[in-house]
Design a protein around this ligand. Structure first.
Ligand code: SF4
Length: 295
């Protein structure tokens, strides 16, 4: 299914979760947040700020969760940025899927205005590498645009939409920024959120989609009907229909992450939990468990 097909099938999307179900889930989160913040000392002035990335790593490998990321630009990051930007441009003005060169150039323009380093990085590449990058970017952008919906104001298309919930009197916040959003309150359309990835589908993207569904639901009092993840690397579009069980699993992940953050807040040494993801971990050089995993 493409995003365009998903919106066209709007009538068949599940009835949005709302009312008591969302109230109950908020209650569970509030209870856990108040207890964790009381124990760890987070306050509205000095809150714990969770994102989809920190939630993932607190659960998966706490040691990585406390390891600072490494800033940098490389081919994969730049490809992801171009696809992501092309999606945003296509959400607010028409881009011809058959004219990929124009679409890539519009995406690079968007990134430049955004202050992203992609265009500057591209300028450092030798001509042949730059040409190969542009060809790859055009392929991925073309694949993504082929399934992108045409502009329809009744779906109220938006980009870079923040979804955020404050818990425990503001002592914990959980937030994320959705690449593209369609419908939802105040429109009469079902809400559909879209995450765009420059690479290939990975199962862990499902947890991110569930988290966005929950945060948008708690913000609006009505959950989106679906969260789609578009992967330009392999063309896969994964659609998560946002049902109560999906929201419950997002609540469980957040409470688990808060519990782990609370333990770390007490000075506990973060556990290492090695896995296939160790190869890209910035802590790898100093992590014996990770080095064993990748040996
Ligand atoms: S190398 Fe692996 S085990 Fe070590 S911190 Fe990173 S992800 Fe965790």
């Amino acid at each position: 299914v493409t995003v365009a097909e998903l919106l066209a099938s709007g009538e068949q999307l599940p009835e949005p979760v709302k009312g008591d179900v969302l109230d109950e889930l908020r209650g569970v989160l509030e209870h856990a947040a108040t207890a964790a913040a009381g124990n760890a000392g987070w306050t509205a002035a000095e809150p714990l700020r969770l994102t989809k990335t920190s939630v993932t790593w607190l659960i998966r490998c706490p040691r990585r969760a406390v390891t600072p990321g490494v800033d940098g630009m490389g081919r994969d990051i730049a490809l992801g940025a171009v696809v992501d930007a092309a999606t945003k441009v296509a959400t607010i003005r028409r881009l011809d899927p058959d004219d990929q060169a124009t679409a890539v150039s519009a995406a690079l323009g968007w990134l430049e205005v955004d202050g992203d380093g992609t265009a500057a990085w591209l300028g450092t590449l030798p001509a042949d590498e730059r040409a190969s990058f542009m060809a790859d970017a055009a392929d991925r952008v073309g694949r993504m645009l082929a399934g992108w919906p045409s502009l329809d104001p009744s779906w109220w298309p938006r980009v870079d939409e923040w979804v955020r919930v404050h818990l425990g009197g503001g002592s914990i916040s959980v937030s994320g920024k959705v690449d593209a959003a369609f419908g939802g309150p105040p429109t009469a359309r079902p809400g559909v959120l879209v995450e765009v990835k420059g690479g290939v589908w990975r199962d862990e993207h499902r947890g991110d989609a569930h988290l966005y569904g929950l945060l948008a639901g708690l913000r609006d009092g009505r959950a989106p009907a679906a969260v789609a993840t578009v992967c330009a690397g392999d063309g896969r579009v994964n659609v998560e229909q946002i049902r109560p069980a999906v929201l419950e699993s997002a609540v469980l992940r957040i409470t688990e992450a808060m519990g782990e953050a609370e333990r770390l807040g007490h000075g506990e040494v973060p556990d290492a939990n090695p896995g296939p993801y160790c190869v890209t971990c910035p802590a790898l050089p100093d992590c014996p468990e990770g080095r064993r995993e990748t040996a």
